[in-house]
Write a protein that binds this ligand. Structure first.
Ligand code: NAD
Ligand code: IPM
Ligand code: MN
Length: 359
């Protein structure tokens, strides 16, 4: 029996819809396992811009930093796309990650055997299952590198973003990746573009240095263009992937498609000292389906399972949530994104309720 403070940031678009289902699941977990969860809702992203002019207001920051973990939906949408980039919803998300010091973003891409029919790849390619963990560096790289901007030079506009990593930033995320690989299949593939980029040559050097402390882990290096191809050609070859912020963003969406839908992919962002872990689906605010009860809440519900496991140390509770998701999929219930002929089509709220019932 425990008592926990959880910051809840629904955000924009389908964010509030999928977070509402995860919160339903959390309340069932609380009842079943006798925990009390103090849910502390706060404005974030476009919703916060509308209410207070900025995407990550100080009050939201205070709520997050004084909580045990942060559960987050998604931010952004056409309504805010024309704003000054400095106050756009996505900037709020980057600021939250930075404030939490969450340098390691864990994105597990697992093909539920129940969902093999939803996978975009040939059955023989996925016959042995897919279980990849992308460890994406989250608070460095071209996302935060200075200088960055658009300015006029010699009479024309030039845009620039600096891809930059200091060795301590590479080392700490590599350590997380090696530690994680030790608990899994002990194979780590570091993805970079060292044939062209100086920043990637340093990345490769530092990862190779860190490897000396993990002799049991089989380390390989791959260029990002090849990695993008190998992920669809032979995904079973991967166990843990470690890569920078931009490459990790792209490769994790690709890994999501392998597992059937981006609506299935959870994430945990960790690493800060004395700061809460952040838990969010990998997908965005999906403006095309927002407000129609069409969103798949599973990515957010599985993110909740990661929250229970990593931030609250409640592994039986996390197992119960993951097993409930698998059980509901096994019974053939599908949201539109993973629907195939002959299955039972349900909406976001029904999917959430089915998972609650299964917990
Ligand atoms: P997206 O992930 O929102 O949507 C891509 C496609 O996947 C869409 O067709 C959408 O309908 C579908 N999809 C996404 N999540 C789904 C779910 N749970 N169930 C069913 N289908 C789902 O990416 P986008 O369209 O490139 O971006 C839309 C907005 O979201 C942009 O403003 C972008 O900046 C923002 N975004 C935010 C985050 C985040 O908050 N972490 C992540 C990615 C994109
Ligand atoms: C993600 C998103 C974000 C990112 C955007 C919205 C800032 O695409 O979480 O994958 O690029 O990190
Ligand atoms: Mn992304």
């Amino acid at each position: 029996m425990g008592s926990y403070k959880i910051a809840v940031l629904p955000g924009d678009g389908i964010g509030p819809e999928v977070v509402a289902e995860a919160v339903k699941v959390l309340s069932i977990v609380g009842k079943k396992f006798h925990h009390s969860f103090d849910l502390r809702y706060a404005d974030f992203g476009g919703a916060a811009i509308d209410s207070s002019g900025v995407p990550f207001p100080p009050a939201t920051q205070e709520v997050c930093m004084s909580s045990d973990a942060v559960l987050f939906g998604a931010v952004g949408g056409p309504k805010w796309d024309t704003l000054d980039p400095a106050i756009r919803p996505e900037k709020g998300l980057l600021a939250l990650r930075k404030a939490a010091g969450a340098f390691a973003n864990l994105r597990p891409a697992k093909l539920f055997s129940e969902l093999a029919d939803a996978c975009y790849l040939r059955p023989d390619i996925v016959a042995n299952g897919i279980d990849i963990l992308v460890v994406r560096e989250l608070i460095g790289d071209v996302y935060f590198g200075e200088p960055s901007g658009i300015e006029v030079r010699d009479g024309e506009r030039v845009g620039f973003s600096n891809m930059i990593y200091a060795e301590h930033e590479i080392r700490r995320v590599a350590e997380v990746a090696f530690e994680t690989a030790m608990k899994r299949g002990k194979r780590l593939c570091s993805v970079d573009k060292a044939n062209v980029l100086a920043v990637s040559r340093l990345w490769r050097e530092v990862v190779t240095e860190v490897a000396k402390g993990y002799p049991e882990v089989e380390l390989s290096h791959m260029y990002v263009d090849n990695a993008a191809m190998q992920l669809v050609r032979n995904p079973a070859a991967f166990d843990v992937i470690v890569t920078g912020n931009l490459f990790g963003d792209i490769l994790s969406d690709e890994a999501a498609a392998i597992t059937g839908s981006i609506g299935m992919l959870p994430s945990a962002s960790v690493g800060g000292a004395n700061t809460p872990g952040l838990y969010e689906p990998v997908h965005g605010s999906a403006p095309d389906i927002a407000g129609q009860n069409l969103a798949n809440p599973v990515a957010t519900i599985l993110s909740l399972a990661m929250l229970l496991r990593y931030s609250l140390n409640l592994s039986a509770e996390a197992d119960a949530v993951e097993a409930a998701v698998a059980a509901v999929l096994a019974k053939g219930y599908r949201t539109g994104d993973i629907y195939r002929d002959g299955m039972k089509r349900v909406g976001c709220t029904e999917m959430g309720q089915l998972i609650c019932d299964a917990v």
